[in-house]
Structure formats: structure tokens, C-alpha cells
Ligand binder design. Structure first.
Ligand code: ZN
Length: 357
């Protein structure tokens, strides 16, 4: 199938989302320049309305029940946003916290995990055992609830970690975001004391795994979406079998991002960051893939399957047009077009991975 058809056929949903987001967010960023002639300014009231509208449309702030994915991994997000509780033998990891209002929604979802247990098994999660707070990246829709978990007495968060560039964003509530600074609707409560992941001093630019108890998360830098965007990968055991689970991040080139190196760039070398990200993402071989946006991995459809099929069956990546690699390849092609760069390598992946198995 021609690449264009592949992109057009499967991506209607995605581009509709982007288009709608464009209306909401594009309106929020005034094209007018300041007197000094530098940065676009966000008009706060419109920005607020835009983000709230997108949030309502995609149910970012609609509470939903938890779902067991595989082994120690539970979906505890909202209808539209992915948050994940990962149980370890030494306490629990919470990955992402949704919007500013999402803290209590995620807390409620975690409290419902006990109902997922098979008869005779006890799976209640004690909130005080949630010790580590992570995020794919520091935007309001994924770290909006961080302060809630960090500051409430109901939790005992020991560490908040993101990759270094995003520690600054978390510390200032998004005020230094290259795209959304000055945009009130994108601001979130600042979080103090955020740490970077440990770098592997032997191999510069790589990270040591984030290991707590019996769970080890591989830290995969996937910059561009934010400078600190991070994909995580874990190998987990479920009923005696091992599964590679990828928590994908960094594949979305938001509307308004400037990635053409021959023109203006949102930040220097953003195009090289995104390209490196896509190469890293396409090289991963997940058995299961998840994301901070539920629409990315067809959460609704898979959750319906989960009502009749035991985990992890509904969550397994089956490849083809709905698979992980096709998702990445589509985003990669779209990025290269936006960057006005040769699309050959990305298109080869599109052809290879987006046809039905
Ligand atoms: Zn984002």
C-alpha cells in the first residue's frame, strides 16, 4: 500500500485529535510578537479555555476503574490519560499523575485494585507504600497531580524522578517549557526536590536502570516532545512467562512545534532529538506497549477485550496497523514531513510494519 494511503487510512483519529487540539491550543498562542520581537505569548484566558475543552473532549479528567495489565503493572489513569501503578517487593512506583485535578481520581482507582483480585487473594494497595513518583515527561497532563501525591499525608513519596531537563520544568510548574511558557492553562503545581535518574558514567548519555525491589525500569531518553521525555521499559513476569512492557513517550510532535532546521526551531537541534527518538523507539520490541495517552494504544478496545480474556492477552502487541511499530512509523513519517527532511527511512518502516500481519 502506498505510504500516503497507509498514513491517511489509519491516522484519521490521530489527525482529528491534532486538528482539534490545534484549534484549542493554536488559539491560545498569539502569533503576535512582543515589542522586543522575541517569543509568542500565550493569552492566558484563552489558553485555559482551550486546555479545558480538550480535556473534556478526550476525558482527561474522567475517573475510571483500574485494569490489571500484566505482572506488577496496573492501569490507574483516567479515561484519556495513562497512569500506571507498578508494584515492587519494596514499595510501589507511580508513573504519571494526569491533570491538576487527577490526583484524587488516581487515588480512587488505586483503592479499587483490591476488587481485581481473584477470589481468596489479597491485592489491596496501601497508599503509604507508594514511594516513587515518575513521569514520561513534565507536561500538565502527566504531572498535574504530582504535587497532590507529594504533599498529601496519605502518601509517603520518597523520590520524584524525571530526566534532568524535565526536573527544571517540574520545579517551576512548566514556566520554562519551550512551547507552553506563559500559557496559564499549561501550568501545574511546582514540585520541589525532583531528582534526575542516575546516569551510567561508563557510557555517557545512557542511564542506569531504575531498580526498586524486584522491578527494574530501563530509562530510554526520547527527547523532543520535551527535552526530558522518557520512555521506560520493564521485563515483567506473569504466570511464569516474561513480557517486555514499553511505556512509550516522545512520539508526538505537538502542533506549533517548530522542527524545520532551515526555518525556526522550537529549540536548537529539536529535529535531531526527535529523529534520535524515533530511531530508538522503532528499535524496541515490546510484547505490550502502553502510553500516557490512552488513545495511542487503543485502550478502550483492549479494555473491552479484558472483560472476557485474561490479562495479559488483551494487551499483547499483535503488530500490523494497530501495532506498536506502525504507530511509531506513522509518527516518524509525519515528523520528517514537518521537518521538510527526507522521509525514506521512516517510510520504509511504515511499509514494513503498517500492513496487516
Ligand atoms: Zn506532552
Amino acid at each position: 500500500m502506498p505510504h500516503d494511503a497507509l498514513v491517511a487510512g489509519r491516522d484519521v483519529k490521530f489527525f482529528s485529535i491534532i486538528f482539534l487540539f490545534a484549534i484549542a491550543v493554536g488559539c491560545a498562542v498569539s502569533p503576535a510578537r512582543t515589542q522586543e520581537g522575541e517569543l509568542p505569548r500565550c493569552e492566558a484566558p484563552i489558553s485555559n479555555a482551550g486546555v479545558n475543552w480538550v480535556s473534556r473532549l478526550f476525558k482527561w479528567e474522567t475517573r475510571t476503574s483500574p485494569v490489571h495489565i500484566a505482572g506488577p503493572i496496573y492501569f490507574v489513569g483516567t479515561e484519556g490519560l495513562g497512569a500506571y501503578l507498578i508494584k515492587t517487593s519494596d514499595g510501589h512506583i507511580l508513573l504519571n499523575t494526569g491533570m491538576r485535578s487527577s490526583g484524587p481520581m488516581i487515588e480512587w482507582s488505586i483503592s479499587q485494585i483490591k476488587h481485581l483480585a481473584p477470589k481468596g487473594k489479597h491485592e489491596e494497595v496501601k497508599t503509604k507504600n507508594i514511594k516513587w513518583l515518575l513521569a514520561n515527561h513534565a507536561h500538565v497532563d502527566h504531572v498535574g497531580g504530582h504535587a497532590y501525591f507529594k504533599e498529601s499525608d496519605k502518601f509517603a513519596i520518597e523520590e520524584v524522578r524525571v530526566r534532568k531537563p524535565d526536573t527544571l520544568l517540574l520545579a517551576d510548574g512548566g514556566k520554562t517549557d519551550f512551547q507552553y511558557r506563559n500559557c496559564k492553562g499549561f501550568a501545574f503545581p511546582a514540585v520541589a526536590g525532583v531528582k534526575d535518574f542516575d546516569e551510567d558514567r561508563q557510557q555517557s548519555g545512557t542511564y542506569l536502570p531504575f531498580t526498586r525491589g524486584d522491578v527494574s525500569l530501563q530509562i530510554i531518553p526520547t527527547p523532543g516532545h520535551t527535552r526530558g521525555s522518557t520512555t521506560f521499559m520493564a521485563e515483567v513476569e506473569h504466570h511464569g512467562k516474561k513480557y517486555k512492557v514499553v511505556f512509550l513517550d516522545g512520539a508526538n510532535v505537538n502542533l506549533g512545534y517548530k522542527v524545520n532546521p532551515l526555518k525556526e526551531q522550537s529549540y536548537t537541534d529539536i529535529d535531531e532529538d526527535f529523529r534520535a527518538t524515533f530511531k530508538r523507539l522503532i528499535s524496541l520490541e515490546p510484547d505490550i506497549w502502553l502510553s500516557a495517552h490512552t488513545a495511542d494504544f487503543d485502550f478502550d478496545d483492549k479494555r473491552k477485550l479484558a472483560a472476557t480474556k485474561q490479562s495479559p492477552e488483551p494487551w499483547l502487541d499483535r503488530g500490523g496497523p494497530d501495532g506498536y511499530k506502525c504507530f511509531v512509523a506513522r509518527r516518524w513519517v509525519e515528523f520528517e514531513r514537518r521537518a521538510r527532511a527526507p522521509v525514506t527511512e521512516a517510510a520504509q518502516h511504515l511499509s514494513k510494519h503498517c500492513t496487516s500481519p
